[in-house]
Design a protein around this ligand. Sequence first.
Ligand SMILES: NC(=O)c1ccc[n+]([C@@H]2O[C@H](COP(=O)([O-])OP(=O)(O)OC[C@H]3O[C@@H](n4cnc5c(N)ncnc54)[C@H](OP(=O)(O)O)[C@@H]3O)[C@@H](O)[C@H]2O)c1
Length: 212
Amino acid sequence: MKIALLGGTGNLGKGLAMRLALVGHEIIVGSRREEKAISKAEEYRREVGGLDISGMVNEDAAKKCEIAFLTIPWEHAVETARMLRYALRGKIVVSPLVPLKKSGDLFVYASDTSAAEMVAAILENSTVISALHTIPARRFADLNEKFDWDVPVCGDDENAKKLVMNLISQIDGLRALDAGPLSNSRLVESVTPLIMNVIHKNRLPEAGIKFL
Ligand SMILES: NC(=O)c1ccc[n+]([C@@H]2O[C@H](COP(=O)([O-])OP(=O)(O)OC[C@H]3O[C@@H](n4cnc5c(N)ncnc54)[C@H](OP(=O)(O)O)[C@@H]3O)[C@@H](O)[C@H]2O)c1
């Protein structure tokens, strides 16, 4: 599939670009700046040995893709979705967005509405699926890392949800699990601050989640 990683120049974008390219997909790294997109795409391509990864501005990436991942900090992703709503018309858009902030030394969930539902309200003509919130991006972007993590996936369109679950499960070490409708996204998004608090307080290494 032709997959755009909007803001794919950052932490989560890197792992997704490389790992989805490794299972045969055509990857477009999006950025606000074309030079940055091209240079990051080159860097990722080098790491995976020359697979199909290109770079372009977010709007062109959104137009060219079949499915887009919004790999942008949530407070900016909502505005980016607004700017790209025509380019993303008819596409599946995956939201890994976690509304997260620090309150003292605690990580807290920072929104009344889930980020995925906020994005879905803007992208009326796209199909928004929520996934990947609990993947620790730095470990994920290190191709030497081995892991075994589950990925809860939420969405209202069953076919689009299945397609995204299938895509995620193609990545070695990830198992996508159906977590219900998009209205459940708030539950899944808020697992991330919980994990971060536990990791931080107990000095554990970064980890994802696993259902037995
Ligand atoms: N980091 C994690 O471990 C992790 C895990 C699961 C889910 N997530 C979620 O995934 C998303 C991306 O996280 P991340 O850590 O990859 O983010 P990040 O590295 O901090 O940023 C990703 C990209 O967002 C773009 N960006 C920054 N400010 C922007 C703005 N004002 N407008 C538009 N684009 C902007 C930048 O791309 P350009 O400068 O190239 O445009 C940047 O490279 C977040 O919503 C996060 O909640 C993160």
